[in-house]
Write a protein that binds this ligand. Structure first.
Ligand SMILES: Cc1cc2nc3c(=O)[nH]c(=O)nc-3n(C[C@H](O)[C@H](O)[C@H](O)COP(=O)(O)OP(=O)(O)OC[C@H]3O[C@@H](n4cnc5c(N)ncnc54)[C@H](O)[C@@H]3O)c2cc1C
Length: 552
């Protein structure tokens, strides 16, 4: 048996794991929970379970958050449009979570205001319960959304989730408010409401890091090739950087996202009637289209909605589409048709049309929705479904979910498994900060100014970027640097050797793409040559070894 060769991560606990010792025998490692999938659901459950005293191993076939969890619209939101589907449970839970999560991660999450311009031609999504109700009681509206209904929805949105930090909805006169300037003059009025931004893939790497600090093992670039029930435990075969090995576990969690069904059928080899509906969502990024810091919520004449969001200081993010995804979920791409659709949609609102030539980057992700038989991709439920298979040692399959509800999903998952782990402690994650998030959410500007005054060479942008990425840990990362040269090799766009080494030793980064597209978004500012230089630097055996030494 090949012993598990675990990446060394700062805060890595002793090799002793929940009563079982790694690396020391020919016997497979035995743990309480084995989790397949290093997206937000796998890492969120791992963090929660480790904090309850369970021994946990997560296996991720590539980089953390390489799939859906880095391709979201990046909102902690209740989901205004789900109200039209009467998904009140989901909306309430998500609205409550926004502030709980904001408090726990004030560096990577922040409040945002959303401007919803009103025009009488905006229509309902085709076949929603609200649409059907309105067609019955106000047939003359012919699918149009009346203003009073939007106001009612926003009133519910303001009150359902027990809002304390985020400001309430207000109405705007677009003829005088700066939010009206980039829009066509036919938009006279708007509603403005609150939700939050979240750096989705950072949330995953920080959750994984916190899980490790609490005793979990995270294996990246490690694919689960089979999982088999043997009397009262699971025997899991994995294939990682050091070849094949196995782990035994008392329970198995399938958090494989878009692969959830494939894992049930082809990894665990179980016949199940449950299935996943793969719905692709694509985004486009342009240079910034407007100068203020609010987002737009645009309703289309086709019943759909999209967002236009200020992004990475100099850009605008527009999305998303909603299309049934055919084929393997591995590398979805934004098609030309989706790109053109998003440009045309946004051009119904902006005074200057948005053209495909303005698009500087696109990304695409696949929603792993529970297949509830809905007619359209847009109508399929966004709520999560946890199905527990108890035909032997437990298997918990995770379908759907939102970044916003990942913490509650983890609590529900552990509640389902509680009968199997009577010694596990109770819920604990609400408002417990992620690494670097131990400061008040109103203090970001103060922290940034402090960092800049302590390290005089930092520009405003650079200091703000570091606080947003590392919070209170930015000071530790800079480690007293007096000049930019103290931070080692300069890869461009304020990315230095010191930061790269930190990401390798603390946040599981192994290649340039992990750094420039998931732990940061500096890929938008670096040239392909600069990214190539970074890749070569990270691939050097000496870089990896010294990053590991720094973690010990
Ligand atoms: C376009 C779009 C926009 C969205 N916007 C929002 C939003 O604004 N707000 C919000 O709250 N939610 C949003 N969501 C939903 C949210 O992104 C997802 O619910 C969430 O990311 C799903 O996480 P996951 O961990 O289940 O899946 P994933 O992130 O896909 O993780 C599953 C992981 O399992 C790994 N895996 C699979 N098979 C194996 C194997 N055999 N061995 C090892 N590893 C394996 C995969 O590599 C993958 O990394 C959006 C989703 C999409 C697609």
């Amino acid at each position: 048996m090949i012993p598990l060769d675990l990446p060394l991560i700062k805060g890595h606990p002793p090799r002793h794991l929940g009563g079982y010792t790694l690396h020391d025998s020919a016997a497979p490692v035995k743990v309480d929970l084995f989790i397949i999938g290093g997206g937000i659901n796998g890492c969120g459950i791992a963090r929660d379970a480790a904090g309850r005293g369970l021994s946990v191993v997560v296996a991720e076939q590539g980089d953390l958050a390489q799939a859906t969890s880095s391709a979201s619209t990046k909102l902690f939101h209740g989901g205004l449009r789900y109200l039209e589907y009467f998904e009140f449970r989901l909306v309430r839970e998500a609205l409550e979570e926004r502030e709980t999560l904001l408090v726990a991660m004030p560096h990577i999450s922040w409040p945002m205001r959303f401007v919803l311009p009103y025009h009488r031609n905006m229509r309902f999504e085709g076949d929603t319960p609200t649409g059907r109700l309105m067609a019955a009681i106000m047939p003359w509206m012919k699918g149009r959304r009346p203003a009073w209904l939007i106001r009612l929805g926003l009133l519910l949105y303001d009150t359902l989730g027990g809002r304390k930090i985020l400001p309430a909805t207000r109405t705007l006169d677009l003829r005088s408010d700066p939010a009206g300037r980039p829009l066509q003059p036919k938009f006279l009025h708007a509603y403005e409401y609150s939700d939050c931004w979240i750096e989705d893939s950072k949330l995953v790497s920080l959750s994984a890091r916190d899980a490790v600090i609490r005793g979990a093992k995270i294996l990246t670039h490690t694919r689960v090739i089979s999982a088999e029930r043997r009397s009262d435990f699971w025997h899991v075969e994995i294939d990682g950087p050091n070849g094949r090995s196995s782990v035994t576990a008392r329970a198995l969690i399938n958090a494989g996202g878009p692969w959830v069904e494939d894992i049930i059928r082809n990894v665990a080899r179980i016949n199940s009637s449950e299935g996943v509906r793969l719905v692709r969502g694509s985004h486009i990024v342009t240079r910034k289209l407007f100068d203020h810091d609010r987002c737009y919520f645009f309703q289309g004449t086709d019943g759909r909605i999209i967002f236009a969001i200020p992004y990475e200081q100099d850009f605008t993010l527009i999305g998303t589409t909603d299309m049934d995804h055919v084929g393997p979920p591995g590398s979805p791409v934004c098609t030309q048709e989706e790109r053109d659709y998003l440009c045309a949609f946004a051009s119904q609102y902006f005074a200057k049309p948005v053209t495909p030539a303005q698009v500087v980057w696109t990304y695409s992700g696949v929603r792993p929705l529970y297949n509830d038989g809905a007619k359209s991709a847009t109508a399929a439920t966004r709520d999560y479904v946890l199905s527990l298979d108890q035909n032997g040692p437990p298997l918990l399959n995770v379908f759907g979910g939102k970044i916003t509800t990942h913490r509650r999903l983890a609590e529900s998952a552990l509640a389902k498994l509680a009968p199997f782990f009577p010694k596990a402690t109770g819920n604990w994650t609400a408002k417990v900060p992620l690494p670097g998030g131990d400061f008040h959410h109103s203090k970001v500007a103060d922290l940034t100014a402090e960092l800049k005054s302590r390290h005089g060479f930092l520009t405003e942008y650079w200091a703000a970027r570091l606080i947003r990425a590392y919070g209170t840990e930015a000071t530790t990362l800079l480690n007293g640097a007096k000049t930019a040269a103290d931070l080692g090799q300069d890869f461009g766009a304020t990315l230095t050797e010191r930061e790269v080494r930190w990401l390798m030793s603390h946040e599981f980064a192994q290649a340039a793409a992990d750094v420039v597209w998931r732990r940061t978004k500096l890929g938008l500012r670096l040239s392909p040559e600069q990214i190539g230089t970074l890749d070569a630097f990270m691939a050097r055996p000496t870089t990896a070894q010294s990053a590991h030494r720094a973690a010990e």
